[in-house]
Design a protein around this ligand. Structure first.
Ligand code: OXD
Ligand code: MN
Length: 596
C-alpha cells in the first residue's frame, strides 16, 4: 500500500465492488517483473520465447473475439449528451456507472487485483500526469511496464495529491456482450470491462492519453493529439521537430522511424524518433509549441514490419518485447508475421496461428486474411522505446521538443496532392478538420469511400468534435510562434491503382521541403487549396523511375474531385451540427469560391 489517502480510499472502494482474493501494489521493480512473468508463464497466460533469438520476449494470444479496439463499445459518459457530441457514443454518467457497476460486482472473485501507478510523460515534467490502473490481468501489468513510467516513481510524483486518473479494468468474462470501454471525463475516470486487448485495456494509451487528456487539454489550455513526433537532423547538426497525424494504419510508426535515402545519409541527414502515436503539446515560455510523447514504448502493428519497411521498429522489438496474436513457430520457439520475411514457419516447424491452431501458410488467402493468416492483421508488439536505435536524445526531456511543422495526412487515391501547405493556422485547422482516408481495393466493399477522420482523432476526442475544432482555433490565437501546418498524401495512385510515390524513406524528400518552407528558404505555387511545391523543389536525385513529370502529376490539384469533396465535407460538418465553429464554414466557403 502507498501513503496517498485518496488512492487508498479509491482502491478500497473498487475492491469492495470487485471483491478480489488479494491486492498487489505494483512497484515497478525488476524483482516484481520476474515474479509476475514467472507466474504468467506458469499459468500459460504468456509464453517465454527463445532466449537467444528473442531475449526477454514473451508471447500472448487474446481471445479470438477480442483482437482490436471496439469503437462501438467505447463510450464518453458525461452528464449531458451534447458534451460528448455526435461523433462519440454517449451514456449518461450515472446510468453508465450503474450499468457497469453490475458487471464489475464480484468480477475479481478468485483473482488478484493489481494496482498500477503510472505516469504519462517523463517523471516530474510539467507535461506529465499520473494515473492509477486497477486490473486483474498480469498481461496488462507487464504491458504497462513497457508503455509507461510506472511503479514507485509515479507515487513519488503524485505525492499526497488527489489529482490522478482513476482507471478500473477487469477482463470480466471476456464476453463481447458484456464489454464496455467507458470514459468519465468529468470525474477523471475510466472503466473498462470484458476485454483483454491492448487498446481497450492499457488505459494509459488511447483512453487516458487521448480521450481524457483531450478533455483536460481543452480545460487547461494545451493539446492531446494522435500524432507522431520526429526530429530531422541536417548535416550541420541542427535538429528540427515535426509532429504528424495520420489515421490508424497509414504508417505513423514507419514515418516516425524513417531512415533517409542513402544520398541523404551520406550527406549527414538523420531522423530521430520522439514518439509514434501520441503527442501532448503546450505553449512554451518562448512562444513556440512544445511537444512531448506521453508514452514510454511502442504498441505497434506487427504485420508488414520488416528489414525494409521499418528496420528500426524490427530492431526495437527483438528483445524485452511482448508479442500479441502473432504466428508461433514451435520448433524454434520464435514468432513470425505476414510481411516479416519469406520464411513462414511450416507445419513441420509446428506453425501455430494467432488463434492457437496448427497453421499451413500454403492455405493463405488474401481475401480472407483473418481466417487464413498466421498472424492476426492487428497483431502487435509492445516494445520499450529505450530499445529503439533511432530514439531521440530528447525522449525524456522535461520540456519536450519545439514543433516547427504540424503535418496532417490521409490515404487519398486522387484528391490530395503529395504535399501542400495551409495559408495560416485557421486554414491549417480547416485542413486538419477535413482529413480523410479512402477504403482501398485491398478491403472488401466499395473502393474510394471517404471516411472523414479529423486530425486522425475521430475515435479519440473525449468531447464534442465541434468544441475540439474551436479549441484548435483558440490555441492558434495563443501561440505567438505557431508551427506551420501542412498536409501530405503518400497514397496517390495511377489509373491502374498503383502507388505513384515510393514512400517510406523517400518521404524524407517531402519533409525537407516542409522544413525549407518553414524557414522561408523555398518558394511555392499558390493554389485553391494552399501552397503546393514547384515540382523542381522536390529533390528526386537517386529516385528510380520518378521524373519531374511524376512529381508534377503528384502535385496537381484536381478541381473536379475537390469540388466533390467539398460536398462531402459540408455533409460531415452538418453532422457535427451547431457546435461547428463558424470560422471553419468560412474556410469551406472560401475554398469553394477559389475552386470556382
Ligand atoms: C493504435 C490505433 O493502436 O490508432 O495506435 O488504433
Ligand atoms: Mn494510434
Amino acid at each position: 500500500m502507498y501513503k496517498n489517502v485518496y488512492v487508498n480510499e479509491w482502491v478500497e472502494q473498487m475492491a469492495k465492488m470487485t471483491q478480489p482474493d488479494s491486492i498487489v501494489w505494483i512497484d515497478g521493480s525488476e524483482e516484481e517483473r520476474e515474479r509476475l512473468t514467472k507466474q504468467a508463464v506458469s499459468t500459460g497466460e504468456m509464453m517465454e520465447l527463445n532466449r537467444e533469438k528473442l531475449p526477454g520476449c514473451l508471447y500472448h494470444r487474446t481471445a479470438e473475439n477480442d483482437v482490436a479496439r471496439v469503437e462501438h463499445l467505447t463510450f464518453i459518459c458525461t452528464s449531458r449528451k451534447e458534451d460528448a457530441g455526435p461523433t462519440n457514443n454517449w451514456m449518461e454518467k450515472s446510468a453508465a456507472y450503474a450499468k457497469l457497476g453490475t458487471l464489475f460486482a464480484g468480477c475479481m472473485k478468485g483473482r488478484t487485483m493489481y494496482v498500477i501507478p503510472y505516469i504519462m510523460g517523463p517523471a516530474f515534467s510539467e507535461f506529465s500526469k499520473v494515473g492509477i490502473e486497477i486490473t486483474d490481468s498480469i498481461y496488462v501489468v507487464l504491458n504497462m511496464r513497457i508503455m509507461t513510467r510506472m511503479g514507485k516513481v509515479a507515487m513519488d510524483m503524485l505525492g499526497d495529491s488527489p489529482n490522478f486518473v482513476k482507471g478500473l479494468h477487469s477482463k470480466g468474462e471476456l464476453d463481447p456482450e458484456k464489454r464496455f470501454i467507458c470514459h468519465f471525463p468529468e470525474d477523471n475516470a475510466i472503466w473498462s470491462i470484458g476485454s483483454g486487448y491492448g487498446g481497450n485495456v492499457l488505459l494509459g494509451k488511447k483512453c487516458f492519453a487521448l480521450r481524457i487528456a483531450s478533455w483536460l487539454g481543452r480545460k487547461e489550455g494545451w493539446m492531446a493529439e494522435h500524432m507522431l513526433i520526429l526530429g530531422v537532423e541536417d548535416p550541420s547538426g541542427k535538429i528540427q521537430y515535426v509532429s504528424a497525424a495520420f489515421p490508424s494504419a497509414c504508417g505513423k510508426t514507419n514515418l516516425a522511424m524513417l531512415i533517409p535515402p542513402e544520398k541523404y545519409r551520406e550527406k549527414g541527414y538523420k531522423v530521430w524518433t520522439v514518439g509514434d502515436d501520441i503527442a501532448w503539446m503546450r505553449i512554451g515560455a518562448d512562444g513556440r509549441l512544445w511537444a512531448c510523447n506521453p508514452e514510454n514504448g511502442f504498441f505497434g502493428v506487427a504485420p508488414g514490419t520488416n528489414e525494409k519497411s521499418n528496420p528500426n521498429a524490427l530492431h526495437t522489438c527483438l528483445r524485452d518485447t511482448i508479442f500479441t496474436n502473432v504466428c508461433y513457430n514451435a520448433k524454434e520457439n520464435t514468432i513470425w508475421w505476414e510481411g516479416l520475411d519469406n520464411n513462414p514457419p511450416t507445419p513441420e516447424d509446428g506453425a501455430i496461428n494467432w488463434k492457437g491452431e496448427p497453421w499451413d501458410y500454403r492455405k493463405y488467402d488474401k481475401a480472407d486474411k483473418i481466417n487464413t493468416s498466421g498472424a492476426h492483421p492487428n497483431s502487435r508488439f509492445t516494445a520499450s522505446a529505450k530499445n529503439c536505435p533511432c530514439l531521440s536524445a530528447e525522449f525524456d526531456s522535461l520540456k519536450g521538443v519545439p514543433v516547427t511543422a504540424i503535418i496532417f495526412g490521409g490515404r487519398r487515391a486522387k484528391t490530395a496532392p503529395l504535399v501542400y501547405q495551409s495559408f495560416n493556422w485557421q486554414h491549417g485547422t480547416f485542413v486538419g478538420s477535413i482529413m480523410a482516408s479512402e477504403t482501398t481495393a485491398a478491403a472488401a466493399g466499395a473502393v474510394g469511400v471517404v471516411r472523414r477522420d479529423p486530425m486522425a482523432m475521430r475515435p479519440f476526442v473525449g468531447y464534442n468534435m465541434g468544441d475540439y475544432f474551436a479549441h484548435w482555433l483558440e490555441m492558434g490565437k495563443k501561440i505567438p510562434h505557431a508551427p506551420k501546418i501542412f498536409n501530405v498524401n503518400w497514397f496517390r495512385t495511377d489509373d491502374e491503382g498503383n502507388f505513384i510515390w515510393p514512400g517510406f524513406g523517400d518521404n524524407m524528400r517531402v519533409l525537407l521541403w516542409i522544413l525549407a518552407r518553414c524557414e522561408d528558404k523555398v518558394g511555392a505555387v499558390e493554389t485553391a487549396i494552399g501552397y503546393v511545391p514547384k515540382a523542381e523543389d522536390i529533390n528526386i536525385e537517386g529516385l528510380d523511375g520518378v521524373t519531374i513529370d511524376t512529381i508534377k502529376n503528384l502535385l496537381s490539384v484536381d478541381v473536379a474531385s475537390w469540388k466533390e469533396d467539398c460536398k462531402n465535407i459540408r455533409e460531415f460538418y452538418g453532422v457535427i451540427g451547431d457546435h461547428m465553429p463558424k470560422e471553419l464554414y468560412e474556410e469551406l466557403d472560401a475554398l469553394e469560391k477559389r475552386l470556382g
